[in-house]
Design a binder for this molecule. Sequence first.
Ligand SMILES: [Zn+2]
Length: 350
Amino acid sequence: MPGQGLLQRLQNGSNVMVAEGYLFEFERRGYLKAGAFVPEVVIDHPELVTQLHEEFVHAGSDVVLAFTYYGHREKLRVIGKEDLLEVMNRKALALARDVAWATGTLFAGNICNTTIYRQGEEESNKKVAAIFKEQVEWATEAGVDFIVGETFGELGEAMMALEAIKMYGNGVPAVITLVPAGRGATYDGVPFGQACRKLEEAGAAVVGLNCGRGPGTIVPLMKEIRQACHGPIACLPVTYRTTESHPTMQSLIDPITGERSFPYDLPGQTCSRTEIEKFSTACRELGVTYVGLCCGNCSHYMRIVAEIFGRNPEASKFSPDMSQHYMFGDKKKFSDYTTKGMVEYTGAET
Ligand SMILES: [Zn+2]
């Protein structure tokens, strides 16, 4: 499918795999600070950003998303580095573009919730509009194939992002995803199915949900969105074990300490690979055609999503084959040692 744009791929009945989760991954690696969560690694260690882009493509991502998430004017104000705003955005876009062009994948720009949107407050929302405008213009100048607007809690802010992409995006498609918080509706009170339908009617090429919820609690909302929308829908959960009583990663409580897990102790509640497999199968069956993972994503998860959607990314060369394991593998190859090891480690012979 190389060479085809986002819309052609989706219109041809193909699916689009999308790796996100750069922010958490660089925080985990020690190149980004939890709290403000600004992608300073783009400036400090651009080679690592390139490497992660390449790794996600290797694992099956069809999209290289410029790492401009939370690289907007308000976030840079918070850390006192507004002077880096333009250089950070242009650098992130150039890094993503180079990998996308070298690998025949799609190059996407990225805008997100500003944290200063206030329904009905003109002064604040003027700043929001300006943030979207400048980031969309930089992305467009860099030659993006499409722009992702993501993690909007309010439909109102998502609509403003869509308007900015339509107005300043030189005609590139917009993918707009809302963040599903604890309730079944946006902060401004619109059920997610209806909210996505409104975004679709307003011209978004793909609509859906990302971040906030894990696989266990995002899929039921996707059913509602599938029913409400006519076009392609997107789903990119976080990779944590959210439940009905704790539906978002922000609400998870550590079962050992009883304290809130977000964000420091979230690694204690990461999804198993089997859970990612089940999630991917559910998306495929539901007709989610723009699919991926958000915070907590790593290449071993992304490869599973791609494989469930029938792909065979380069990383699949190293997908597990436990038949070759000396203890759990083919008993004909390892007979005596297999049985002995099984008993010693697991207490069972089979
Ligand atoms: Zn996320």
